[in-house]
Design a protein around this ligand. Structure first.
Ligand SMILES: Cc1ncc(COP(=O)(O)O)c(C=O)c1O
Length: 357
């Protein structure tokens, strides 16, 4: 019998097995020839019922009240980097808190739209700790932060405290734990980590912020268009919506976000413990900043990284190569990954160390 394969990909990431099975079943040909969920109109009764359940489940898990709107969009987090300042930073300066690669990208894009200020950054130390917030600009549009930096493996335990609307990129920690979503003015997350497959971006926006949107934007790039159209201004990515719905049902079956958080905490603790117990592997992030979702790590001898990746693949451990921006190794421990996978990784790491240490 061949060893089980475990998928540590940073995204698109693994789906929970029951979700994969249900999606496969939903797409399987029917003997009477009736269409699957991916082959029907998004305006028809069957799809609209699913869309309604999807929004209700998202709202429930995020514990959002009527003051927040949920939008289901396309274009990924990268489009939000520009879409957000185009809508909410006109005539006001947004502030950015930088804890890694993605926050930097969000800032660069905002600066193509208008001025934007950095109010804290841990870049100087190589993004190994969470940044402190400095002085916010007068009339600040919002404070942007990246809840979890997927590449640097740095995560805010809680949203930063600031007296301006908070705007968060939550891509790689979305629905991984109970989180005060209702305290945010704005947030966005691609679905391809904890909510299914790529092609869907969830945005939440506090209703009062819609009033700040200028009237001369292209319709597609005005959040109000999507609010008015219930996220169906044009054809949505219907299959990604369906996979998201099955993923939300699965989260509930697991016991909701409290149970999911506990699973994630145990997995991350196991891996950090193994890294810290060894002189062969290292993770440079301070304890308060360590991510529960993405764990970058290095072998003391960098030359061993590619051998590690190749040997891990042979042992059925996939997706462990670090992001090209920082090199090294990275294990992504999203909701769908079982503790078994982390145990298999730790065992492999110990064996690799014995052979090469
Ligand atoms: C924190 C974070 N922000 C943004 C992105 C970019 O997302 P997308 O490819 O959906 O634009 C990623 C992708 O990995 C990410 O992890």
């Amino acid at each position: 019998m061949s060893a089980a394969v475990h998928n540590f990909s940073a995204g698109p990431a693994m789906l929970p097995l029951p979700v994969r099975e249900r999606v496969a079943e939903a797409l399987a040909p029917r003997s009477d020839g009736s269409p699957s969920v991916a082959e029907i109109s998004h305006r028809g009764k069957r799809f609209l019922a699913m869309a309604e359940e999807l929004e209700a489940r998202l709202r429930g898990l995020m514990m959002l009240g009527a003051e927040h709107r949920i939008l289901l969009l396309q274009g990924g987090a990268n489009l939000q980097f520009a879409w957000l300042p185009m809508n909410l930073a006109v005539g006001r300066t947004p502030a950015y808190l930088l804890s890694g690669h993605w926050g930097q990208k969000a800032l660069d894009e905002a600066r193509r739209i208008g001025p934007a200020t950095i109010v804290g950054s841990s870049e100087e130390g190589g993004f190994r700790e969470l940044p402190e917030i400095g002085h916010l600009p007068a009339g600040c549009a919002y404070l942007h932060f990246t809840g979890n930096e997927t590449i640097h493996g740095l995560q805010f335990q809680q949203p930063p405290a600031a007296a301006v609307p908070l705007a968060a990129d939550l891509s790689s920690e979305f629905l991984s734990r109970p989180y005060p979503y209702a305290d945010l003015g704005f947030a966005y997350a691609g679905a391809q980590k904890n909510l299914g497959i790529s092609g869907l971006t969830v945005v939440i926006i506090r209703e009062d912020l819609l009033e700040r949107i200028p009237d001369d934007l292209p319709r597609y790039l005005d959040y109000r268009t999507w609010v008015a159209a219930d996220s169906m201004y044009n054809t949505p990515s219907t299959l990604a919506w369906y996979v998201a719905l099955e993923t939300l049902r699965w989260i509930e079956e697991c016991g909701g976000l409290v149970a999911i958080e506990e699973r994630n905490r145990v997995k991350a603790a196991r891996l950090y413990e193994a890294i810290d117990a060894s002189d062969f592997y290292s993770n440079p992030v301070t304890e308060e900043g360590r991510s529960q979702m993405n764990v970058p790590f290095w072998t003391v001898d960098e030359a061993l990284v590619s051998r590690f990746v190749a040997a891990a693949e042979d042992a059925g451990l996939q997706g462990l190569k670090g992001h090209r921006a920082v090199g090294g190794l990275r294990a992504s421990l999203y909701n769908a990954l079982d503790l078994d996978a982390v145990e298999a990784l730790v065992e492999f790491m110990q064996e690799f160390e014995r052979r090469h240490g």
